[in-house]
Design a binder for this molecule. Structure first.
Ligand SMILES: *Cc1c(COP(=O)(O)O)cnc(C)c1O
Length: 392
């Protein structure tokens, strides 16, 4: 195994990190600890089996040309495997390129938005795409619909807009959005970075379902992947035929042409592509998206069931329908400092459970993505209970 189970000693922990004098010296009994301590919402747990598979092929794969068959066959398998996992309608295809989901926002600003977009905003990630498009001097005025963190705004059909943009899962707040199409023309661009491969959806309701693979896909960052409908690829082609200036690294027509050859415009991280394929195979071989989403459903039912029953914890997202099954946001009583709980967990080898800083709540945030064992979510809830009672 790649992970050592020795907890980081409290002495190594820098107290400035949590702005506290000291953190309580609490040792969680080994019998309560999860088998794997990674609960971060991004980058998220990478399956050890996938890393071992990468190590097995490393000598023939890593450090070889991404323009030769060895790598192109892996890209092809990934593109086909994603269409299978997402049950894509005919004509949909997978595009990919470097730079992660953040780059895709700028690429879409240049290559998918004709003039005006409608943006559903509620939290950090959804606000960033709206901002990228708002700053673009070549586009018109957008329609931004914002709602309070912990909720999801709804689309308003608008004949003036040519794209509708929203996240499938807002990672900062633990809110999932229904993947629907408005009763209007316009492409539907869905940021699926923390949802893809973990939440169910109907691909026919999307025109670009895009993500980076360091979350549910149990891979690493730096890559974007997008499942595009025929309408989306037509839009890419038609904008590319105009005289709009597009930086080459952001050019979706260039990405489309390269993707169709199972390549990327510039050099990708081969390990990232390989690990993403391993996740895709794991899911597809075990029953597809139903299997993966089923694991997250099970974890979510454990996590929210625990929070509902706990005298100290409660789910932040009030509406059950929007409560994410891949990222849980859990408020703690004001009497129990969440940052201290998070620091004690970290000192015991349980990592990355802090809430989203900018939300400024007394909150923990926990990934329940499919790679995480539901039994480890159960163990985590027991560890949190242990820490809270030891702090009292
Ligand atoms: C993590 C995340 C992003 C940013 O992904 P990068 O790969 O860092 O660009 C965008 N959107 C959502 C919903 C995310 O969770």
């Amino acid at each position: 195994m790649f992970r050592h189970r020795t907890p980081v000693s409290i002495a190594q922990f820098h107290c400035e990190d949590i702005g506290m004098e000291t953190i309580p010296d609490i040792t969680i009994p080994a019998s309560l600890l999860p088998a794997d301590g990674r609960f971060g919402s991004g980058p998220s747990k990478v399956r050890s089996e996938a890393v071992a598979a990468l190590a097995d092929v490393a000598d023939d794969f890593l450090g070889t040309s991404h323009r030769q068959d060895t790598v192109k066959l892996v890209v092809a398998a990934l593109r086909n495997g994603l269409l299978e996992m997402f049950d894509a309608p005919d004509g949909y295809e997978i595009l990919l390129g470097n730079g992660g989901a953040t780059l895709f926002w700028d690429a879409a600003t240049f290559g998918l938005i004709e003039n005006r977009g409608q943006f559903l905003v509620s939290g950090e990630f959804s606000s960033k795409f709206a901002k990228a498009a708002t700053l673009a001097p070549h586009l018109g005025d957008h329609h931004v619909i914002e709602s309070a963190p912990g909720t999801a705004p709804t689309m308003e059909p608008n004949a003036e807009v040519d794209v509708y943009c929203y996240p499938h899962n807002e990672t900062s707040t633990g809110v999932s959005f229904p993947v629907t199409r408005p009763d209007a023309d316009g492409l539907v661009l869905v940021d699926a970075t923390s949802a893809a491969g973990g939440l169910r959806f109907d691909a026919a309701n999307t025109d670009a379902y895009y993500f980076a693979p360091q979350k549910c896909f149990s891979s690493d960052g730096g890559l974007w992947l997008a499942m595009c409908s025929p309408a989306a690829t037509e839009r890419i082609e038609s904008i590319a035929a105009t005289d709009r200036w597009v930086p080459e690294i952001l050019n979706l027509k260039t990405a489309l042409d390269n993707s169709r050859k199972d390549q990327t415009y510039n050099t990708p991280a081969l390990a990232t592509i390989y690990l993403a394929l391993k996740y895709t195979e794991w899911v597809n071989e075990n029953g597809g998206l139903q299997f993966a989403a089923g694991r997250s459903d099970e974890s979510a039912s454990i996590m929210y069931g625990w929070a509902d029953a706990s005298p100290h914890a409660s789910a932040f997202v009030a509406d059950d329908a929007n409560r994410s099954h891949v990222v849980a946001t859990i408020d703690l009583d004001d009497a129990i400092d969440a940052d201290t709980v998070v620091a004690v967990l970290r000192a015991n080898g349980i990592l990355d459970t802090s809430g989203y800083r900018k939300l400024g709540r007394n909150q923990m945030r926990v990934s329940m993505m499919p790679s995480i064992e539901p039994s480890d979510i159960e163990a985590l809830t027991n560890c949190i209970d242990h820490v809270i009672s030891a702090m009292a």
